[in-house]
Design a protein around this ligand. Structure first.
Ligand SMILES: Nc1nc2c(ncn2[C@@H]2O[C@H](COP(=O)(O)OP(=O)(O)OP(=O)(O)O)[C@@H](O)[C@H]2O)c(=O)[nH]1
Length: 642
């Protein structure tokens, strides 16, 4: 198993056309509802049967008045009377309070049973090594839900919720520069630090990359002027705390881009408007000749990033039409509209919804139309030209217009680790909680290794001043700007020292060997029923890239990518296939050609943490690549127990 570094990569191509993810989500939700409905009917049936049984037995259970009185006393003072467990869920154990000879025996019963009872009831207990997921208290959950649904345009306090934003786009489109500009405009970094970077970057002949240095922190990245790994930053706008994932644009680093997009709720696609740059980034693969890798030759990464991000679950997008200051002529409406019409058509073909896309003209380098602040202070030429035809939002206003993501707080915990560090015996992991919740003090298991650990600290990642740790959980609320969203998760006392689905977190683990924890591991609560499965074989629905030159056959060897992991895999069964738009699928196809939707069985070279998409979206989505080219994206439908 490899955890992404520099692997040669990628092609592009539209392979998704009218693939409707919302319908797909609805399909899975419907299945889930059906499962729940059946479970409910079954539970009701069992309850009725039990009730009937009890009614039949009741006459035999008439108690003597003396015994009834004893039972009441028992409830009031269980220990005194040798009754333990509080009587809930049928686990009370009545221990006769008899002779002193038996006291120690009784006491040991008491202790054991108490701990059993406590853990079974412990919705608020951290020792959760049992069948019940630790629950967020109902009142907090209700509050979270109500805050999440409060409309943004009312004067009622709203929750500043958290979104993960991946920055996408072709190499050199200006992603890191624009991210640096956002950090500067939102006061997360100081103009002084920018001056320092300007001086230092000039000494190595890279002065135009000074803003990019806020995210490209690696020396090699700075020297080459190319992003290699995903840079993580935090920004705070009026309405949201964003984890910003600055993905690399170069085709060699697509696996890193996949791990960034896999952890994102929304995207900022940066498209360079300069002559030739847009065209190169948006070029179509030739689709004809193919190469030894099995796909046609690759086009620009704009298309590829659109396809991959949608396939990995990104559903809302801002398209920043960047570098309009350097377009010919600069800040021209026609160029903006031309780019918009082309990119929009491709986005719609690939499953994005028009109401979830915003196009914003900007210049990351000069700051024009990034924030209003710049507009006031700087009535420069760019602003004047832009204002003649553009009345829409600035980039920061557009970020505020995202809709909050749905969070699955009540599902079992899944924390996907993206980074591990250790000092002595202390192990620190960073990652994203994709569902459930986690508290300091919780016992957890790290998968697939299966080692138990306990969580001594949990800190939610959030926007801070540059001198502060982005993970500091109390006190500092970031840039100090007035905000309309004025309730922070950290303001809710019950949520201190814990983190929820959607949060980027840092946790300190104890009792685990750092050498056995790595990016791509998944943290869950320990009980067997709360763990995902670790398997090799599964059935999946895949969408094959449109311009696949060499078809996929049974036995094809591919590279399976899921969040930050990739492993070799074989497509060992082709079960059904149909062209998009066709009503009926063919069974047992001999080959899968470009643009088909198919169900297949895949066997991985090693066991991984896998879940059906209907159970956990983040662990049920994957990408298949071959020879450095993306050939399909897919959803796990059924994990086999093998
Ligand atoms: N004129 C102009 N140049 C820009 C703008 N934004 C970025 N650039 C320049 O474009 C070059 C690449 O910028 P980066 O921010 O490193 O691009 P990137 O998309 O992050 O690059 P990778 O991550 O390596 O794919 C640098 O020389 C920037 O100064 C802009 O708005 N206008």
């Amino acid at each position: 198993m490899s955890r992404h570094r520099n692997i040669r990569n990628l092609d592009e191509e539209d392979y998704y056309d009218d693939y409707d993810y919302d319908d797909e989500d609805e399909y899975y939700l419907e299945q889930q509802r059906e499962k729940e409905r059946k479970a409910k009917i079954e539970a009701e049936r069992k309850a009725k049967a039990n009730q009937a049984k009890q009614l039949q037995q009741k006459p035999k259970q008439v108690k003597a008045p003396q015994q009834q009185q004893t039972n009441q006393q028992t409830k009031a003072n269980p220990q005194k009377l040798g009754v333990v467990g509080g009587g809930n869920k049928g686990i009370s154990i009545a221990v006769p309070a008899t002779s002193t000879k038996n006291t120690s025996q009784v006491q040991s019963h008491v202790n054991t049973s108490h701990s059993q009872t406590k853990s079974i009831h412990s919705s608020s207990n951290n020792n959760n090594n049992n069948g019940n997921p630790p629950q967020i208290p109902a009142n907090i959950l209700a509050k979270l839900r109500s805050l999440h649904t409060t409309p943004s345009n009312t004067n009622t306090p709203t929750l500043r919720s958290h979104l993960s934003l991946v920055i996408l786009g072709h190499v050199d489109a200006g992603k890191s520069t624009l991210t640096g500009r956002l950090l500067l405009s939102l006061h997360h970094v100081s103009p002084r630090l920018l001056q320092k970077y300007q001086r230092e970057s000039a000494t190595i002949g890279k002065s135009s990359f000074a803003l990019a240095w806020f995210t490209d922190e690696d020396e090699a990245e700075r020297e080459r002027g190319v992003t290699v790994d995903v840079g993580t930053k935090f920004i705070r706008t009026d309405r949201y705390d964003f984890t910003v994932l600055d993905a690399p644009g170069h085709r060699d680093f697509v696996p890193n881009m996949i791990s960034g997009a896999a952890g994102a709720d929304c995207g900022l696609l940066v498209v360079a408007a300069t002559t030739g740059e847009f065209e190169a980034g948006f070029a179509v693969a030739n689709g004809g000749g193919g190469n030894e890798t099995g796909t046609g030759h690759v086009g620009g990464q704009t298309r590829e990033h659109i396809i991959l991000s949608r396939g990995l679950g990104v559903s809302q997008l801002i398209v920043a039409v960047n570098k309009l200051d350097a377009a010919d002529p600069p800040w021209e409406e026609g160029r903006f509209e031309h780019i918009k019409s082309q990119v929009l058509a491709f986005l719609l073909e690939n499953g994005f919804k028009e109401k979830r896309i915003l196009f914003v003209p900007v210049s990351g380098l000069t700051g024009v139309n990034v924030s209003n602040e710049k507009r006031k202070e700087n009535e420069e030429e760019g602003w004047k030209l832009l204002k003649q035809w553009y009345k829409g939002p600035t980039l920061i206003e557009a970020l505020n217009a995202f809709v909050p993501a749905k969070r699955e707080f009540e599902k079992p915990l899944r924390l996907i680790i993206t980074d591990v560090s250790s000092e002595g015996k202390a192990v620190t992991v960073r990652g994203r909680i994709v569902q459930g919740f986690l508290r300091a003090g919780d016992g957890v298991t790290v998968l697939p290794v299966g080692d138990d650990a306990s969580v001594s600290r949990v800190e939610r990642g959030k926007a801070t001043k540059e001198s502060d740790s982005p993970y500091s959980s109390v006190g500092n609320s970031g840039n100090g700007q007035a905000t309309t969203a004025d309730i922070d998760l950290n303001d809710i006392p019950e949520l201190q020292n814990c983190a929820l689905a959607g949060d980027t977190v840092e946790c300190a683990l104890s009792g685990v060997d750092a050498a056995r924890v790595s990016p791509g591991c998944v943290i869950c609560h320990p009980h067997q029923s709360l763990r995902p499965r670790i398997q090799r074989k599964f059935e999946a629905r895949v969408m094959v890239m449109e311009h696949l030159a060499v078809p996929i056959i049974r036995g094809s060897q591919v590279l399976f990518h899921m969040h930050s992991i990739d492993v070799p895999a074989v497509l060992n069964r082709l079960m059904t296939a149909k062209k998009r738009g066709e009503a009926n699928a063919r069974s047992n196809p001999r080959v899968l050609t470009g643009g088909v939707e198919a169900t297949v069985e895949i066997t991985l070279s090693e066991r991984l943490v896998l879940e059906e998409y209907s159970e956990c979206k983040a662990l049920g989505r994957f990408v298949l690549r071959r020879g450095g080219d993306t050939i399909a994206v897919g959803l796990i439908e059924k994990v086999h127990d093998t």
